[in-house]
Design a protein around this ligand. Structure first.
Ligand SMILES: Cc1cc2nc3c(=O)[nH]c(=O)nc-3n(C[C@H](O)[C@H](O)[C@H](O)COP(=O)(O)O)c2cc1C
Length: 147
């Protein structure tokens, strides 16, 4: 059984709703899940397993409720050595080069902090997958099986 801390970045509530479905499924699988909508550095330092679920805003930017954590991590650079993490990035391919930019930025930063990627980053294109859950569910089951 794993304790999973879910860090959510959302502007219009899509990533937030997805995180609730993800948390419920994690608990049904016998793990525990805690959702953070306004996370701090100490929340991520005390997490045993990290799951980032974030949309992208602006031009490849991180939503405000998660951007503070990103910038604090980037400036204080606390090592998260070997902490397992996964990334669910929500975006829209019509934004071109900045597609899923927030998820990509977090992925790079967590790797720089020596956290351990589990599986590949899930990128959800709102143009193709109007409902994010059907693509997230199989990814999540696979991710949980790798913990
Ligand atoms: C103003 C605005 C800017 C956006 N910028 C990007 C972007 O740069 N890259 C991207 O992949 N998606 C971008 N998106 C798409 C959102 O990330 C996508 O619709 C997401 O599902 C919204 O999730 P949320 O409801 O949790 O905010 C943008 C959407 C809006 C409204």
């Amino acid at each position: 059984m794993s304790q999973i801390s879910i860090f959510v970045g959302s502007v219009y509530g899509g990533a937030e709703r997805l995180s609730e479905e993800v948390a419920a499924t994690i608990e049904q699988a016998g793990h525990t899940a805690k959702v953070f909508n306004a996370p701090t550095v100490s929340d991520i330092q005390s997490a045993s397993h990290i799951l980032i679920i974030t949309s992208t805003t602006g031009q490849g930017d991180i939503p405000d409720n998660l951007a503070g954590l990103y910038h604090q991590l980037n400036s204080t650079f606390p090592m998260l050595t070997a902490k397992p993490f996964g990334i669910v990035a929500m975006g829209d391919r019509s934004y071109g080069d900045t597609f899923c930019g927030a998820g990509r930025s977090f992925d790079e930063l967590l790797r720089d902090l020596q956290a351990k990627p589990v599986g590949h980053r899930l990128e959800i294109d709102a143009c193709e997958d109007f409902e994010p859950w059907p693509v997230t569910e199989p990814w999540l089951k696979d991710w949980l099986s790798k913990l």
